[in-house]
Design a protein around this ligand. Sequence first.
Ligand code: AGP
Length: 613
Amino acid sequence: MCGIVGYVGSKKACGILIEGLKRLEYRGYDSAGICVYHDGKLCIVKSPGRIAAVEKKIAGNVGIAAGTIGIAHTRWATHGEPNEANAHPHCDNAGTLALVHNGIIENYATLKQFLIAKGHVFRSETDTEVLSQLIGRFYNDGMRVLEDAVRAALTEVSGTYGIAVMSLREPDKLVVARKGSPLIVGVGSGEYIVASDASAIIEHTANVVYLNDNEMAVITRDGMRTMTLDNVPVTKEVQQIEWSLEQIAKGGYEHFMLKEIFEQPEAVRTCLRGRLDLRDMRVLLGGLEGVTRELVKTRKVILTACGTAWHAGLVGEYLFEDLARIPAEVEYASEFRYRNPIVEEGTTVIAISQSGETADTLAALREAREKGAMALGIVNVVGSTIARETDAGVYLHAGPEIGVASTKAFTCQLAVETLIALMLGRRRFMSQSMMEQYITGLAEIPDKIAQVLQQAEEIRKITEEFVRFDNWLFLGRGYNYPVALEGALKLKEISYIHAEGLPAAEMKHGPIALIHEGMPVVFIAPRCATYDKIIGNIEEVRARKGRIIAVATEGDEDIRRYCDRVIYVPDCLVPLQPMLTVIPLQLMAYYAALARGCNVDKPRNLAKSVTVE
Ligand code: AGP
C-alpha cells in the first residue's frame, strides 16, 4: 500500500508534497520520490528508505524548491525491491511525463513485452513503469492532451490504481484517476491537493472531492474537471473532512498506537453517541434506516473481513446468534472471494474494515453482491470505497487510526456489531427489560474501558517480566476466544514475538504439547458460564509449569490461586466483555514491542491498509 500526493497552485509545491508524504508514511515506507515542474524541466528525486532520505537529497535542488506543481509518492514494494530505480515517480522513455501510482497493474508483464517489442527501454522492475511508458506511447504518438493519453492507456490495463500524472508539454496540469485504490482531491482557493487519504490534505483544506472507481480528474490552477474513464463528465459534490489536524497528530503520546489505545473510552463514547436512546431504551442506526425492514427478516448473516476486523467479525458471529437469534458465519474475505460461496436468498453480508479499502474485503463484498446478498458495511474511514459500495452501513466514528496495529477500531467495531444485534434482537424476540439491561450495560462501557487503562503501568511491569520469552499462547472461551486471537495478533505484529490464540478447550487436542517451564500463557477468563471450565484449562497449563497471566473480573479473588499474574477488568454483561478484556492485551503488545525496541507505529513488513491481494 503506497501513499500518493499531488499539488497544483501558487505556493511552492515541494514543502507541501513532503509534508503530505510524511502524513501518509504509515501507508508504506520503504522508498519515496518527488517530481516538481520548474523552468521547462521535470525535476525528480527518489531514494530508498524513509521520506527523510528524499528530503536530504532534495536539499539545494533549486528546481524542486521553486516549482508550484508536483507529485510525490511513498512506497510499499510489491513489484521490485525497495531501491532508487523502483521508487516512484516513473517516467516514459522520452521523459515527457512522470507518474506516481498506488495499486497493482496485474497485466503488466504482457504490456511490458509489447512495449519492449516496440523499442521501449525499462529502468525499473515495477509494474508502474509499464503504465508511464504506455501513457507516454499514446501521448507521443499523436494524442494532444494528457488526459486522452491517460484514458487510452488505462483502458489497456487491468488491476488497481490511484495515479497522478504530470507532463512537460502541459506543465500546469495534473491528471489523476482511480480504480480500486483511494484518491481524494482537496479543493483550496486557487489550489488543489490530491492524496490517497485525508491526512495529507486536512492541513490545507477540509473541502474534498472523493473520486469513485473508474473516474478521473483534470486539475489546473483554474479549476477541476471530473469525468469517467469513458470521458462522460461527472459532477462531484464537495464534502467536508470530519477530522482535525490535531486529531491526526500524536497528542503528546510517544506513539500513535498508545494514543489510540487511550482514546478508546472517547472513541466508543462517540461511536455510541446518538445511537443509544437512553430515554426510550432503544437503538437508533440512521445508516441502516433504509434497509431495516429487510434486515429484520434476514435469514443469515455472513461477516467478512481480514486481520483484526475478522476477529471483530468472529465476536459478531456470537452476538448475532446470541442477541438476535440469527444464524451467523464469519468468513476470511480472502477465502470467501474465491470459494464460490453459497449465498442463499435472504442472506446479509457485512463487510468490516477500518480503512474501507482492504482489497480482499472489497472483493468479498462485490462477490456477495454479485450473488444477490444485501451488503452492509462497518467502516471507519468516511467516503472509503467499501463504504460507498455497500447498500447501507454504520460508520465507527472512531477518528483517524494511524498506528498500523488496529486498536480503537476493534473496540468500536464490537460496539457497532452489538448495536446492530440489539436492534435486530429487539425486533425479533428480545424483551424490553432485556434490551434495557444491554443498553444500560453498553452505555457504561466507555467508563469501564477507562478503568482498565488506569492499570497501564501495572500491565507494563507484568509484560516486562515475560517479554524475554519468544513463544506465547492466548486462550479464551466463548465471546473471549476471538479476543485471544486478537491478543496473539497484536503481540505478533508489533513485537515480533510468536504467539498463538486458541479456544482454551482446544489445548488438549495438541497445542498443550508446546507448554514448557516458564512459557507465558495468557487466559482471558472473566466470569461467564464456562468459567469453571477455563479454570480447569488453567490447571492443565499450571501442571506443565506454564506461567499464567489471567484477565479476570474485578472481585474474583479465587483465580489468584491458580495464576502467576492477574489483570482485572470491571464486571459487565458477557456479550460486552470483549470490549474490556482486549484492552490489557493491546497494552501488553505495546509494552512488549517497546521493551524489545521495535518500531511500534511502523512495524516491519506491515502497512495500515492492504489494498493489494
Ligand atoms: C491489525 O492490527 C492489522 N493492521 C490488520 O490485520 C488489519 O486489521 C487488516 O489489514 C484489516 O484492515 P481493515 O480493517 O482496514 O480492513
